[in-house]
Write a protein that binds this ligand. Sequence first.
Ligand code: ATP
Length: 357
Amino acid sequence: MAGYKIAVMLGDDIGLEVVPQTVAVIQSAAAAAGLPLEFSDFPIGWTAYQKYGETLPEATFEGIQSCDGWILGPIGHAAYPKHDPKCINPHPILRKRFELFANIRPARSYANIPSVHKGVDLVIVRENIEGMPPDRNTVRGSAEYMPTEDVAISTRIITRQNSERLMREACLLARARRKSGRVTIVHKKSVFKLTCGLFAEACLKVAREFPELTVDECSVDTFAMKLAMRPQQYDVVVTTNIFGDIMTDLAAGLVGGLGLAPGLNVGPRHGMAQATHGSAPDIAGKNIANPYAMINSGKMLLEWLAIKHDDPKAAAAAERIARAVEQVITGGRSLTPDLGGTASTAEMGGAIALACS
Ligand code: ATP
């Protein structure tokens, strides 16, 4: 093929710093692996609002659809003015409209990086388009409402079809990782008998398609305790939206913080690299944000393209990034302050890009 088209959406705050580093790293790895790529920028977030009057311009929405993969920087929606319906958080819309049903979030510790635990290498597969978030689980209106000034109600959606495809993604991942082959289903079906009950039932049905895997279940409260105490025991974890949202930040905290937490949103047709962290306005503009999470999200996008298109060059480019990141992290010299170093975002990104070539 002529080359993959990659949509680049910078996002806000530290997105303006970590996303360009990610593109440079991918370009370096792709060039070395002989993988042709074409990058196109699409405005999103605050800069798009200032220029076009909306945080998700129609041209972005339309334009990205013809791209093979997307890179989305963090969105600083918490600081957006609340009065304008065109000034909204765009990423839930992308996740929902393009059915990006699985949010794949690895957590991995390194021997030389300060962390609560060592020897951690797990992936949480978080449901991404249903559950409790009120901006995601309805076609129109909101799943959160106030019948009176003193009463507020949230509702949660769980569907069999989505739970099944989420579990299939988790099982395929466990198979591809070739580690323990353990998939842990996290829910709270003892209390949420219908919703978590349906989720667990759907997951267990899909598990039967993968007899080589060891599938177990855990209630989310027990899981939180076990994750905090002995995260090394987990390989792939699959869970519903908000449980996954919380557990992925916890897992990131156990291995060294949000700067080390990459992510990939996966749907039936699209893959979107998006780090777990937010736009970190407290450190934006200082050139100290850790680019690891965003760069590894880009690596995950290449891995996804490699599988989707059965493309060894995309796999080779991803492998180059993995090795380069490993080299820079274990080398310990070009690390940002959150990892105990003194390097800038650009220095750490530059060192990884160089190691890819
Ligand atoms: P959101 O709800 O949008 O995910 P958040 O409220 O979880 O955002 P973040 O923006 O992720 O908040 O920031 C949480 C903390 O982690 C902040 O102190 C921030 O500086 C830090 N942080 C986040 N990302 C990085 C990064 N890439 N490098 C270094 N520190 C980071």
